[in-house]
Design a protein around this ligand. Structure first.
Ligand SMILES: Cc1cc2nc3c(=O)[nH]c(=O)nc-3n(C[C@H](O)[C@H](O)[C@H](O)COP(=O)(O)O)c2cc1C
Length: 407
C-alpha cells in the first residue's frame, strides 16, 4: 500500500504481545449466504477477500452458530468437523491476500453464537412480553437447564475448531437478544440460570471459560457484549425500569470477563430485532426511529467512555460509526484521541465501501461511496435474502428491488 497519510487510525496498538498495525476493526456483518453445511459460499468468500485486502488490523468474522439448532437461518455460518477444511482454505487465502496487499495479516476472529429466540425454531430463556407482543412463542420453546448445561462443551469444541482453521481467536458473543443476552435479563427464570446476577451471567461466563482452554499468546478469547439492551427492566439488561441506561450490572459483568482473561471487548447496544435504530443508527428505514441518530451516537460514546474509564486496561472496540458517513474517519479518530475507545469498529460501511481505509491512507477517500445508513442491508436479511449493500453493489441492489416488488 502506498501510504501518503499518517493518522491516528494507522497508529499501531499493542494487544497483549501482538502489535496491531492500526486501529481499524471490520465488524461482524452476517451475510446469510453460507452453504447449507455452514461453510462459506462463493458470495461469503468474496466478502472476506475484500476485508482481507482492506488494510484493517482486525477482521471480526460474522455470527457462527455453535450448533445447528442455534442457527438463525439455514445459511448462517457454522464451522464443524465436516467443513473444517473449507474454512482452513479460506483463512489461508485471506492471509495471503492481506500479506500481498498490505504487508501484514490482520487478526481474524470468529464470532461464536447461539441464536436463542432468533433460532429457526425459537429457543427462549423466558417469556418476554416486550418481544412477544409481535412474535408470540409457545411454552415448549423455553430451554431447559439440562440443555444449557451442554453448551460450554460446544463453545470449547468450536474454539478448538476455529484454532485449527487458522483463526486468531474467538468471540464468545452476548448481545442483540440472542441466547446469552436474553439470559442476562432472566430475572424470573427459576433454577441455576435465572434470578440472581450470578445465575443470569453463569452460562455466558462458563462458555467464556470453556473456550479459554484454547487461549494462548496467539489465540485470543474476546467478546462482543450488549452492554445495554435499551429495553426496560425487567425485560432487558443494562437498563432501568424507565428505559434509561443502568450500567451497574454491566460493570460487574465486564469485571468478571476481565478476570476470566477477556482483554478485548467489542461494545454494542440494543436489539436489532426490536430497536434496530439503537444498534445501527439511521434516519430512514423500515420505520422512523423515536430518537435522532445523534442521540444514538452519543449513547455509544457515553457507554464506551464509561467502560474505558472503569477498565483502562481493557481494549475497547467502538461501534455505530457508519452513520457518520463521509465524516466517519474523522469521528473515529476523535473517539480514539479522546480515549473513548482504542479501536474503531466499522460495520455497514464495510459492505458499502470495503476499500474506504486504503483509499483514505492513499488520499483517495471517496465520500460518495460511503454507507447511506438506509437500512437496506438489514431489510434484505429480514426479507430472508442474502445481505449486502443494496446501494453501492449491483448484485444486492437487484435483490433489494426484487424484494420490494414482491412486497
Ligand atoms: C446486515 C448486518 C449484519 C450484521 N451482522 C452482525 C453479526 O453477525 N454479528 C454482530 O455482532 N453484529 C452484526 N451486525 C451489527 C454490526 O456489526 C454493527 O454493530 C452495526 O451495524 C453498527 O455499526 P455501523 O454503524 O458501523 O454499521 C450486523 C449489522 C448489519 C446491518
Amino acid at each position: 500500500m502506498n501510504k501518503t497519510i499518517t493518522t491516528i487510525l494507522n497508529t499501531p496498538y499493542k494487544f497483549g504481545k501482538t502489535e496491531l498495525k492500526n486501529r481499524v476493526v471490520f465488524q461482524p456483518m452476517e451475510g446469510c449466504d453460507c452453504k447449507e453445511n455452514g461453510a462459506p459460499s462463493e458470495l461469503t468468500i468474496e466478502k472476506y477477500r475484500k476485508t482481507a485486502a482492506s488494510g484493517a488490523s482486525v477482521v471480526w468474522f460474522e455470527a457462527n452458530a455453535v450448533c445447528a439448532e442455534g442457527r438463525t437461518n439455514p445459511r448462517q455460518m457454522m464451522l464443524d468437523n465436516k467443513n473444517l477444511s473449507e474454512f482452513k482454505a479460506l483463512l489461508e487465502e485471506l492471509k495471503e491476500i492481506s500479506q500481498r496487499e498490505n504487508g501484514f495479516a490482520p487478526l481474524f476472529f470468529l464470532q461464536l453464537t447461539h441464536s436463542g429466540r432468533q433460532s429457526i425454531k425459537p429457543m427462549i430463556a423466558y417469556h418476554n412480553p416486550v418481544y412477544e407482543k409481535t412474535r408470540p412463542v409457545s411454552d415448549d420453546c423455553i430451554v431447559t437447564d439440562e440443555y444449557l448445561d451442554t453448551l460450554p462443551q460446544l463453545y470449547s469444541d468450536s474454539a478448538k475448531l476455529a484454532l485449527e482453521a487458522g483463526f486468531d481467536g474467538v468471540d464468545v458473543k452476548s448481545c442483540h437478544g440472542y441466547l446469552f443476552q436474553e439470559l442476562l435479563s432472566a430475572y424470573d427464570r427459576p433454577g441455576k440460570y435465572g434470578g440472581s446476577f450470578e445465575n443470569r451471567a453463569r452460562l455466558y461466563l462458563d462458555c467464556v471459560n470453556s473456550a479459554s482452554v484454547w487461549a494462548s499468546g496467539s489465540f485470543f478469547i474476546v467478546t462482543r457484549l450488549g452492554v445495554s439492551d435499551m429495553v426496560e427492566k425487567p425485560y432487558g439488561f443494562g437498563t432501568d425500569e424507565h428505559n434509561n441506561l443502568d450500567l451497574t450490572e454491566s460493570d460487574l459483568l465486564i469485571g468478571k470477563l476481565v478476570s476470566s482473561g477477556v482483554h478485548m471487548l467489542n461494545v454494542t447496544i440494543g436489539n436489532p430485532y426490536y430497536n434496530p435504530h439503537v444498534n445501527r443508527p439511521f434516519r430512514t428505514g423500515a420505520y422512523t426511529p423515536p430518537e435522532t441518530p445523534e442521540v444514538g451516537l452519543k449513547r455509544f460514546e457515553t457507554v464506551e467512555k464509561h467502560i474505558k474509564e472503569k477498565f483502562p486496561s481493557l481494549t475497547v472496540v467502538g461501534s455505530g460509526l457508519s452513520y457518520y458517513r463521509r465524516e466517519l474517519l474523522e469521528k473515529a479518530e476523535e473517539q480514539i484521541e479522546k480515549n473513548i475507545c482504542d479501536l474503531a469498529g466499522f460495520g455497514r460501511v464495510t459492505l458499502a465501501y470495503p476499500d474506504f481505509f486504503r483509499d483514505y491512507l492513499n488520499g483517495e477517500f471517496d465520500p460518495k461511496k460511503c454507507c447511506a445508513a438506509c437500512s437496506r442491508c438489514t431489510e434484505l436479511m429480514r426479507g430472508k435474502q442474502v445481505s449486502g449493500c443494496a446501494v453501492h453493489n449491483g448484485y444486492y441492489k437487484k435483490l433489494y428491488e426484487r424484494l420490494k416488488a414482491k412486497k
